[in-house]
Design a protein around this ligand. Structure first.
Ligand SMILES: O=C(O)CCC(=O)C(=O)O
Ligand SMILES: [Fe+2]
Length: 485
């Protein structure tokens, strides 16, 4: 059995680490904290998130936000002198028992907030989607609220909160600068997957019960790059075996995601048929990134997930626990720029991309505790996603200011590190979807060198080749490859 040895994860070079909050779009000069304080005094039983959302939806107008939120419950009381953001800072004792209002009370039949100007996204604007119906109608995602039995969700949350102090921050290169991700994470492989098959692990790294031990981060003992997971030019520094509750939940996620794939295909794919390059096989999660966001400032910028080990048309089951946060999505806008021979991108192009993307606006999905978001087969190729920084968070009784997110993933045997193409630097290529180029090349997948993204690497070798898949997304080296689609 060959070892899988972890390394470091990072994101694509399109990350936007800015913490620009939409509240900057306010149409007057009052600080947002003051407006929130006013709104809170008018609607004392609503959560800060609800108030903030209403304020953002109404472009910073307190009067319109208040009208949207419904009848005023009391006369305004004195505006607190402490900014509300500070009231939920980790140093302050959180107040529990605050009623978490459902914004669905304030939405129209479409699930969109009642506001005619919000029927579609606009430059710099955010369309808030508050119901599962509006989410699936506007994005390639399905939201399942109250997903797990409540005690199981709490057990999983407690288990991962215990692990979270050992999580690390990604470091990677962006526009020639080394950036650190504004949240922490760790990578897990299912114990079952580490015992057999393509993802079998080197048992030397494991303890007797088969786990790597809490927070244990073994050094990569092998330089055999073909057995490591590479993200943006560096191998992951550690691979952990999934915790017992993660594994139990993984099976529940598997069943639900497969059922959701079926309904989504029937309802949203032309002719009710799966997409070209989507795998027809059962989705079987065998790995997961677990993310931790400690307080509203922690976030992750816009990115599409790297496809190297997932293959094209990847599906991800993303479980949220603890503090509710905003998951923002925006469409990737293909542009008619000529593709460079080596598929490389430049700073100037990225800036143009960002400007172009911003012009389309974005959509916001609110992810409460114990909700499962299924990112369907067209998501990674057509949308970017992020966790937006929050001015305030409503503390969770177990997690306080933290949000834990588990992205369950199916790493496919035919995309195992030992199989995928290597570049001239000698490391595995990254699989990406091209959004540039002309005609048929737009939306094609490509294998490319990602050394240039690594914290300590040079420019990379510029290796690039178009990826070839059959109808089911299998590469030419896979058993049963049926020929180019
Ligand atoms: O925290 C989340 O919901 C998203 C995390 C994410 O995008 C990722 O792990 O790639
Ligand atoms: Fe992601």
């Amino acid at each position: 059995m060959e070892p899988i040895i972890g390394k470091k994860r990072a994101f694509e070079a399109t990350l936007d680490l800015s913490s620009r909050a939409d509240a900057d779009d306010d149409n007057d000069n009052e600080p947002t904290e003051l407006k929130l304080a006013l709104l809170e005094s008018l609607h004392p039983d609503l959560s800060l998130n609800t108030l903030l959302n209403a304020l953002l939806t109404e472009n910073g107008s307190v009067a319109s936000a208040s009208a949207l939120l419904g009848p005023v419950r009391s006369m305004p009381r004195e505006v607190p002198t402490t900014p509300l953001a500070a009231q939920t800072s980790p140093s302050k004792k959180p107040t529990f028992g605050r009623y978490q209002a459902s914004i669905a009370n304030y939405v129209g039949a479409s699930g969109l907030l009642k506001s005619p100007s919000k029927s579609s996204t606009k430059k710099g604007r955010t369309l808030h989607l508050y119901t599962p119906e509006s989410i699936v109608a506007n994005t390639p995602c399905t939201l399942v609220p109250n997903f797990l039995p409540p005690d199981l969700a709490d057990d999983l949350l407690r288990e991962l909160l215990d692990e979270s102090p050992t999580f690390t921050r990604d470091k990677f290169k962006l526009f020639d600068k080394v950036v650190t991700s504004p949240h922490t994470n760790a990578f897990y492989v299912d114990a079952e997957a580490t015992r057999t098959g393509a993802y079998a692990m080197n048992f030397e790294d494991q303890t007797q019960d088969g786990s790597l031990g809490k927070g244990k981060q073994p050094e990569n003992k092998s330089n055999e790059v073909s057995h490591s997971f590479y993200y943006n030019g560096a191998a992951l520094p550690s691979v952990r075996t999934s915790t017992p509750v993660m594994a139990t939940v993984s099976r529940i996620v598997q069943d639900r995601v497969n059922a959701e794939i079926q309904s989504w295909t029937t309802d949203h794919c032309p002719g009710g048929v799966k997409l070209k390059h989507q795998s027809p096989k059962e989705w079987r999660p065998n790995t997961a990134f677990v993310n931790c966001y400690d307080g509203g400032k922690e976030s992750v910028g816009y990115h599409a997930d790297q496809l190297s080990y997932l293959g094209p048309r990847a599906i991800i089951g993303s479980l949220s626990l603890g503090v509710e946060r905003e998951f923002r999505v925006r469409r990737i806008i293909p542009k008619d720029l000529p593709t460079r021979a080596n598929g490389s991108t430049e700073k100037r192009d990225k800036a143009v991309d960002e400007e172009h993307a911003d012009a389309q606006g974005q959509m916001s999905i609110h992810l409460p505790h114990n909700s499962l978001l299924v990112m369907h087969a067209s998501m990674q190729e057509t949308f970017k996603h992020s966790i937006h920084p929050a001015l305030t968070v409503s503390p969770h009784p177990i997690a306080l200011n933290k949000r834990i997110n588990i992205t369950y993933r199916h790493y496919r045997d035919s995309f195992h590190p030992r199989h995928i193409p290597k570049c001239r630097c000698g490391i595995q290529c990254m699989l990406k979807c091209s959004m540039k180029g002309q005609g048929d090349n737009k939306g094609r997948h490509m294998w490319m060198c990602h050394t240039g993204y690594s914290e300590d690497a040079g420019k990379g070798c510029g290796f690039f080749e178009w990826a070839v898949f059959d109808e089911d997304g299998e590469p030419p080296w896979a058993a049963g490859f049926k020929g180019p689609a």
